[in-house]
Design a protein around this ligand. Structure first.
Ligand code: ZN
Length: 238
């Protein structure tokens, strides 16, 4: 990705953007948004990163691995590590038999009326939600320097193919309203220079991860698309 400098101010990040605790003098980690496990290697250079406290950082990693493996299994139609299309999912599934069993239990097959076999996967909502919200907070903080310390008012995630045409059109619309972001924020710089933008989406890795951050109805809206399969939405507002 392009490195977009933040020139708005020199605010030092003194707290963890997830739990709000001060991080000065404590063990803190650099954390990436998007989570690196959700991307393909080689990772794009200059991935957005921020400092988070170590307990938060650790708490995300199990759920991030789960989501990477789950998405991989859904896309491949199997938990078999040798049949994965996503290399990271193959590695996680190949080294974690308990996770394979757990994802396998979330799989249901059924016959269509035409006699085809179809597979339905039920995700562990709390785990997906944890990863989606973590990344959404990271995206807002990186683009606008705004810490979203409150719990979001709305979180949802669905396969894009389950959206109707009009729902899909509405989902893809993440352009900025007439009031533009703070001068010097990364989002403002992006809008002026077009860095990593496809329409209003910030493309981290083509076909793998993109996100949009915008203001909507006086609140903050983040949308995320993973592997052009899963669409997620997080909103803070009324
Ligand atoms: Zn924290």
């Amino acid at each position: 990705m392009e490195y977009v400098e933040e020139t708005a101010d020199e605010r030092m990040q003194a707290w963890c953007i997830h739990c709000g605790k001060g991080i000065a003098g404590t063990k803190a980690n650099e954390d990436h948004a998007p989570s690196r496990v959700l991307l393909d290697k080689p990772h794009p250079p200059r991935l957005p990163a921020m400092t988070v406290c170590q307990p938060c950082n650790t708490s995300f990693s199990v759920d991030e691995e789960y989501l990477a493996a789950f998405l991989g299994a859904v896309l491949a139609g199997t938990t078999d590590p040798s049949k994965q299309r996503v290399e990271r999912a193959a590695r996680i599934l190949g080294s974690n038999a308990a996770l394979v069993r757990r994802i396998e239990q979330a799989k249901r097959t059924y016959q269509t009326q035409g006699g085809d076999e179809r597979i339905v996967w039920t995700p562990e909502e709390a785990r997906v939600r944890n990863v989606v919200v973590k990344n959404a907070k990271g995206h807002v903080f990186y683009e606008l320097s705004e810490p979203m310390l409150e719990a979001p008012s709305h979180v949802s995630f669905r396969p894009l193919e389950s959206l109707t045409t009009s729902e899909r059109e509405a989902f893809e619309e993440v352009s900025w309203p007439n009031t533009w972001p703070e001068v010097g924020s990364r989002m403002m710089t992006r809008l002026l220079r077009g860095d990593d933008l496809a329409g209003s989406w910030i493309v981290v890795q083509e076909g793998v991860y993109r996100y949009g951050v915008t203001q909507r109805d006086g609140g903050m809206l983040v949308r995320i698309v993973m592997r052009e399969y899963l669409g997620a939405e997080v909103f803070w507002g009324e």
